[in-house]
Design a protein around this ligand. Structure first.
Ligand SMILES: Cc1cc2nc3c(=O)[nH]c(=O)nc-3n(C[C@H](O)[C@H](O)[C@H](O)COP(=O)(O)OP(=O)(O)OC[C@H]3O[C@@H](n4cnc5c(N)ncnc54)[C@H](O)[C@@H]3O)c2cc1C
Length: 224
């Protein structure tokens, strides 16, 4: 069933990522990490559905998404980037993407971190963040989504890799994607859950190295 829901707040998260808060319909339920198809409630856009992951938790009184805007696609996210409070989005029912299957290592490339946000928020709220680790790869420092929040939730288990500029502080410079040596330097146990989400080439590289290192990773291809 489709739900037409009003946007009640829009915030900038980074230079090209925005957070949208929406009304929540009665009885709408979802798990951390689940996504739904979203369309814009405007002439010509209602049939153009794209998947986005909830970043709010099921108990929250609102729905929330963190969405990267790609003006170069001339697609839905370019239009979503123009939406304001009072505009509406059309949502389908929730469906599963990446599911939390116990303490492990999360590897995210850019906006591929979005399916992990609700998982971390949920674990944090329940005091169960444990030793979960996020290795987050971005082109530049200004691309890091929710840096302060991840630092607070994960502490030293929040590892930032930067590929296209000299990194700040303890962030690590990587010339290209994380490779096997980098993964070995950051991870001491490959017999634990691994969660991978990023662009296709990022996922392909991470899956290949993790498998070679003996892991059995779970992956979500976020964009081609
Ligand atoms: C399960 C799932 C959950 C997701 N959750 C989130 C989320 O929470 N937040 C978020 O920000 N994103 C999320 N995404 C990604 C998001 O769905 C896409 O970024 C979005 O669909 C892009 O829509 P668009 O209309 O802007 O681009 P589209 O026009 O649909 O383009 C889609 C794809 O076409 C290609 N493409 C089109 N034009 C160009 C171009 N000019 N240059 C290069 N490539 C191009 C790219 O491969 C691009 O990924 C999720 C994806 C999946 C599969």
């Amino acid at each position: 069933m489709a739900h037409t829901l009003r946007i009640i707040d829009v915030q900038d998260v980074t230079h090209d990522v925005k957070q949208f808060t929406l009304e929540k319909p009665d009885g709408y339920e979802f798990e951390p990490g689940q996504a739904t198809e979203v369309a814009i409630d405007k002439e010509g856009w209602r049939e153009e559905k794209r998947p986005f992951t909830f970043t709010s938790l099921n108990d929250d009184e609102y729905l929330q998404f963190v969405i990267k805007i790609y003006p170069e696609h001339d697609g839905v996210t370019e239009q979503i980037g123009k939406l304001k409070k009072g505009d509406s989005l059309i949502l389908d029912e929730p469906w599963g993407t990446i599911q939390y299957d116990g303490e492990g290592v999360f590897l995210a490339g850019g906006a591929g971190v979005t399916p992990f946000i609700a998982i971390f928020r949920d674990l944090h709220e329940n005091g169960e963040i444990g030793n979960n680790k996020l290795i987050f790869s971005n082109k530049t420092e200004k691309d890091i989504i929710l840096k302060e929040e991840f630092e607070e939730i994960l502490g030293d288990n929040f590892i930032n890799a930067i590929t296209d500029e000299e990194p700040e502080g303890d962030h690590i410079f990587l010339d290209g994607f994380a490779d096997k040596d980098f993964l070995k330097s950051q991870i001491d146990d490959f017999d634990q859950p691994f969660y991978v989400c990023g662009p296709g080439p990022f996922n392909d590289a991470m899956m290949k190295y993790l498998k070679e290192l003996g892991a059995n990773p779970d992956a979500l291809v976020f964009e081609e």
